[in-house]
Ligand binder design. Structure first.
Ligand code: 2BA
Length: 109
């Protein structure tokens, strides 16, 4: 058995949960925040039997899209003023950031 930890954009999360559930996967949804953008994203925990792993990954790949987002970054100190001026930078986020772990034990009591 494997545990898929998938960090996805909020825009994709609802459809992804529905698609996984419809295909018979168990899903836990967590509200999370990205360290770089400091913006909300969604982390899904999906425990899957080995033979269903590829199917789950295919669903994630199908549903999650990459998008441009604008982050604000501080500029170098402007001249002699000592003032940092924020300026926008564009980053490409997603489709999904995925960690896969082997599950030693799965217990439901
Ligand atoms: P954030 O940390 O908010 O990052 C959002 C996007 O900003 C990233 O998209 C990437 O395109 C860009 N980015 C992140 N760190 C950067 C940096 N130091 N310099 C320049 N650009 C940077 P994704 O790579 O698709 O990541 C989406 C979200 O997945 C991340 O949101 C974070 O919540 C999570 N994530 C990504 N890599 C991770 C990792 N190694 N460990 C834990 N979480 C991770």
């Amino acid at each position: 058995m494997k545990l898929i930890i998938a960090i996805v954009q909020d825009e994709d999360a609802s459809r992804l949960v529905s698609s996984l559930m419809n295909d018979g996967y168990g899903v836990t949804k967590l509200a999370t925040t990205g360290g770089f953008l400091r913006a909300g994203n969604t982390t899904l925990l999906v425990g899957v039997d080995d033979e269903k792993f590829d199917g789950a990954m295919a669903v994630i790949e199908k549903v999650c899209h990459s998008r441009k987002q604008v982050a604000t970054s501080p500029s170098p100190v402007a001249g002699t003023t000592g003032v940092y001026m924020p300026y926008p930078i564009e980053v490409m986020v997603g489709g999904a950031t995925i960690f896969v772990m082997n599950v030693e034990q799965f217990v439901k009591i």
